[in-house]
Design a protein around this ligand. Structure first.
Ligand code: SAM
Length: 233
């Protein structure tokens, strides 16, 4: 794991590539054509929850009001905003929210829900424990300095019986040769969720034993993990 000073230096040198990417993405600059329909869906306030993983949880949960935290959401959450017969509270957070606000303003765009500036490492401090029904992260934790702390925080801010969902490309740090913000790898070996880089390898299920029950699988090159938060957390 990175030390405090190492993390700050790492963050400063890497964040520009992320901001540059989103600046082009938000205005539909040449080279971003493949994301056009994605951008339109994220800008439309009536977009239904898109990820089948989240839809399945909404179907399972009989409550009418459900809160979902999106960790590392970027400037516009990918989640969607509505679901039939449910009242959703969606809270997107990202440490680059201030930069994203500037990009949105420059592009003349008004997000259906504005991303709040909170790093995953500060979730527990910011929100307190057991606040959400679902905590979700897609394509973000492997961009962070300390994904294990973030997963641990996601478990802490979710209610007993609530769900943490993680969706990341398999071994993205290796694939991207640790370029840009890609610093970590998620993988599944013998049904266990592994988080690794060239210095450490963590079995998330074992690390969080007693706090959450972790299941993981690989689907179409993505590592999908579902953590059910335990009573004792
Ligand atoms: C590739 S973007 C993905 C955004 C969004 N989840 C999506 O799929 O469109 C990765 C995001 O992770 C965020 N990120 C990086 N470090 C983070 C951290 N420590 N906590 C939370 N998010 C972080 C970045 O700022 C960036 O917005």
């Amino acid at each position: 794991m990175h030390s405090g000073l190492g993390r700050r230096l790492w963050w400063r040198t890497r964040k520009n590539s992320e901001v540059d990417f989103w600046e082009a993405w938000l205005v539909g600059a040449p080279g971003t054509e493949e994301w056009r329909s994605d951008r339109e869906a994220r800008l439309a306030p009536d977009t239904e929850i898109r990820d089948p993983l989240v839809r399945a949880e909404l179907e399972r949960n009989p409550a009418e009001e459900i809160s979902i935290l999106d960790v590392g959401s970027g400037p516009l959450t990918a989640l969607g905003y509505r679901y039939p017969d449910k009242t959703l509270t969606i809270v997107p957070v990202d440490p680059l929210a201030d930069e994203y606000d500037r990009l949105l303003r420059d592009a003349g765009l008004d997000p259906p829900i504005r991303t709040i500036r909170v790093a995953g490492e500060a979730l527990l401090e910011h929100f307190g424990s057991r606040r959400f029904d679902i905590a979700y992260a897609i394509n973000s934790l492997d961009h962070s300095a300390d994904p294990f702390t973030i997963i641990s925080n996601m478990v802490a801010v979710v209610r007993t019986g609530g769900i943490v969902l993680l969706r990341h490309k398999r071994n993205e740090g290796e694939s991207a040769r640790y370029g840009g913000m890609h610093q970590w790898n998620f993988d599944v070996v013998d049904d266990s969720l592994l988080l690794w880089d060239n210095a450490v390898e963590l079995n998330i299920g074992s690390e969080l034993e007693g706090r959450a029950v972790t299941t993981a699988s690989i689907s179409q090159g993505e590592v999908i993990a579902r953590l059910v938060v335990s009573e004792s957390d």
